[in-house]
Design a protein around this ligand. Structure first.
Ligand code: NAD
Length: 243
């Protein structure tokens, strides 16, 4: 299927996990795709540009370079994110600022720099990678949950602000997804097998979500198939939201 033929996409955090799966699926559907990442090593036909979403000048340079390379930008997937464990008592101010700067302000920065190009597109769509943590109380994830709650609110506010410019804004809420991110969590667990089993048991389907399943939701929200949909959060969480 080539429903993205002629469309140009930027995917942040696209060198790994959900972002890489989304970038790859967009490219397989016919889009030209540029990935922004700290280390943008990506397989062809994707191309990578080094960018740190927590650094405004890096973001502005990367967006200009992507727009030049692609001849414009129609689709922005704001996917770059970092995790944080702990209760509200456990993270200091520095950690709060670091995580919010990437997960929330990062979306504002990349979107701000990309909006002039999206305004010129007739198929403009933004998809933010949010999380089940925005709508469910996950233990030991206070800071991360707060950051994703902000992403959900930001998605709805951006949708309202830009709907009359023809720019749609939606987000996906993955449950625990089997990506290198979760691999890193398991690496530091005292009993990785037991930790993995606990993560699987937390989702009613009894398994982790795959990066490809989240990518499919991102691609749907970026595509003309969802042309009347804006300001929504699509759960890809193995039923976790209904617990
Ligand atoms: P991942 O660690 O595999 O990939 C994240 C990518 O983002 C990495 O390539 C990393 O280099 C990049 N990145 C991090 N900081 C960056 C920065 N400052 N600038 C540019 N790129 C940066 O993780 P993933 O699981 O694929 O997560 C992707 C998104 O999905 C994140 O926003 C995360 O919060 C969200 N999410 C993940 C899960 C999960 O269980 N894996 C669940 C819900 C939501």
């Amino acid at each position: 299927m080539t429903d993205f033929a002629g469309l140009r996409a930027v995917v942040t955090g696209g060198a790994s996990g959900i972002g890489l799966a989304a970038a790859s699926l967009l490219a397989a559907r016919g889009a030209q795709v540029v990935v922004f990442d700290l280390k943008p090593d990506v397989p062809a036909p994707l191309t990578g540009i080094a960018a740190d979403v927590s650094d405004d000048s890096s973001v502005r340079d990367a967006v200009s370079a992507a727009a030049l390379q692609l001849g414009g930008i129609d689709i922005l997937v704001n996917n770059a994110g970092i995790g944080a464990q702990g209760t509200v008592a456990g993270n200091d101010d520095e950690e709060w600022h670091r995580v919010l700067d990437v997960n929330v302000v990062g979306i504002a920065r990349v979107t701000r720099a990309t909006l002039p190009y999206l305004r010129r597109s007739s198929a403009a769509a933004i998809v933010n990678t949010c999380s089940i943590a925005a709508v469910a109380g996950l233990p030991n994830r206070a800071l991360y949950s707060a950051s994703k709650g902000a992403v959900l609110a930001l998605t709805m506010a951006m949708a309202a602000d830009h709907v009359r410019e023809g720019i749609r804004v939606n987000c996906v809420n993955p449950g625990t997804a089997d990506t290198p991110w979760v691999g890193r969590l398991l690496d530091v667990a005292s009993d990785p097998a037991a930790e993995r089993a606990a993560l699987e048991a937390r989702q009613p389907m009894g398994r982790l979500v795959t990066a490809e399943e989240v990518a499919a939701a991102i691609v749907y929200l970026a595509s003309p198939l969802s042309a009347s949909t804006t300001g929504t959060a699509l759960a890809v969480d193995g039923g976790m939201q209904n617990l």
